[in-house]
Write a protein that binds this ligand. Structure first.
Ligand SMILES: NCc1[nH]cc(CCC(=O)O)c1CC(=O)O
Length: 314
C-alpha cells in the first residue's frame, strides 16, 4: 500500500531487549503494510536494569512497563509494545490497551544444550524466574532442583551455556521469535504447564487521549479479535485474583467459533496444591467468565494458597 504522505509518523515505544525489539519491528512492519509511517523509540525500564533480584522481590507492579507508560503520557511515543504477559492486570486510568496481536503458540518449553535432555531423569538443576514454572516443576518433577534465572532471553541462555543449570524453562513464543527452536529439548504439555495469562501475545497500549481516528486505524491494523477475546478472559481472571507476575496463577482461554473456554487456576509454592477450574461460554462474556472463574478458584482453596504466599513473602 502507498504510504499516505500527510499521515503523521506513529512513534512505537519499546524496551531494548532483542525480544522486545522483535515485537516492535513486528508492529512496525504490520503498520507499514497498512500504509502508515513509523518510528521505533527504545526505552529502558526498571525490569531491564535490576537483574540481580527475583522479579517477585522487586515488588513494584509493571517493572517492564512503567517508563513506557510515562512516555505515552508525555506524548514522546504514540503506542507502547509489550509482551501481553508482562502487562499489569489493571492498567492506569489514563491509558488503554488498544490491541492484542495474533497469538503465537502458548506453551512452555525446556531449553538445553543436551538434545536428549528430558525432565525427570535424575537430579537436574532447572533455571526459571517464574513462581508458576517453579511450582509446577515441584509438582510434576519433584526431584528437580530449581534455580533462579533472570535476565533477557540471551542472558538466560548464556547462564545455561555457562553451566549454571542443566536446562531452563521458557515460553515457546519468545524462543520461536528469537529463532532458538533448535535448542528446544522438550515441549511441555498444556494440561500440566498451563501458561501465564497473556503468554504468547503482543499488547499495544496507548494514552486514552490519542485521537480516535488514529486509535481506530491502529486497532484495525494490529488487533486480532479472537486473541483479544481470549486475553480479555485471562486478564479478567488475573485481575480478580489480584495476581501480578509474582503469583503462581495461570489462565488459558481458547476460542472455537463464538464459544470461549477458559481454564485457569493457581498452584501453591511447594507444588502440593493445584487448583484448576474450567468454564465455557459466549465470547461476548469473556470478562465476566474470567471474573467468575476466579471466584470459583478462590473458593476452592485459591484464597488459602494466596494467603500462604503473602505470608511467606512479608
Ligand atoms: N516475563 C518475561 C517474558 N515475557 C514474555 C516472554 C515470552 C514471550 C511471550 O510470552 O509472549 C517472556 C520470557 C519467558 O517467559 O520465557
Amino acid at each position: 500500500m502507498q504510504a499516505d504522505t500527510n499521515s503523521p509518523i506513529i512513534r512505537i515505544g519499546t524496551r531494548g531487549s532483542r525480544l522486545a525489539l522483535w515485537q516492535a519491528h513486528h508492529v512496525a512492519d504490520t503498520l507499514r503494510a497498512h500504509g502508515m509511517k513509523v518510528d521505533i523509540v527504545t526505552i529502558t525500564t526498571k525490569g531491564d536494569l535490576v537483574l540481580d533480584k527475583s522479579l517477585d522481590k522487586i515488588g513494584a507492579k509493571g517493572v517492564f512497563t512503567e517508563e513506557l507508560e510515562e512516555s505515552l503520557r508525555d506524548g514522546s511515543i504514540d503506542i507502547a509494545v509489550h509482551s501481553a504477559k508482562d502487562v499489569q492486570s489493571s492498567i492506569p486510568e489514563d491509558l488503554e490497551l488498544l490491541a492484542f496481536m495474533e497469538r503465537e503458540k502458548v506453551h512452555d518449553v525446556v531449553i538445553s544444550f543436551d538434545p536428549l535432555f528430558k525432565l525427570g531423569e535424575g537430579q537436574q538443576v532447572i533455571g526459571t524466574s517464574s513462581t508458576r514454572r517453579r511450582s509446577m516443576l515441584k509438582r510434576f518433577y519433584p526431584d528437580v532442583i530449581t534455580a533462579e534465572c533472570r535476565g533477557n532471553l540471551q542472558t538466560r541462555i548464556q547462564k545455561l551455556k555457562d553451566g549454571q543449570y542443566d536446562a531452563i524453562l521458557l515460553a515457546y513464543a519468545g524462543v520461536a521469535r528469537m529463532q532458538y527452536d533448535h535448542m528446544i529439548a522438550q515441549h511441555l504439555p498444556l494440561d500440566k504447564f498451563i501458561p501465564a495469562a497473556g503468554q504468547g501475545s503482543v499488547a499495544i497500549e496507548c494514552a486514552k487521549t490519542l485521537p480516535l481516528e488514529r486509535k481506530l486505524k491502529l486497532k484495525e491494523a494490529l488487533d486480532h479479535a479472537p486473541t483479544h477475546s481470549c486475553l480479555a478472559a485471562e486478564r479478567a481472571y488475573l485481575r480478580t485474583m489480584e495476581g501480578g507476575c509474582s503469583i503462581p496463577s495461570f489462565a488459558l482461554a481458547t476460542l472455537e467459533g463464538d464459544q470461549l473456554t477458559l481454564k485457569a487456576g493457581i498452584i501453591s509454592l511447594d507444588g502440593e496444591e493445584f487448583i484448576l477450574e474450567e468454564t465455557t461460554g459466549d465470547k461476548e462474556q469473556a470478562e465476566t467468565m474470567g471474573e467468575q472463574l476466579a471466584h470459583v478458584v478462590l473458593s476452592q482453596g485459591g484464597d488459602r494458597i494466596l494467603q500462604e504466599i503473602r505470608a511467606t513473602k512479608h
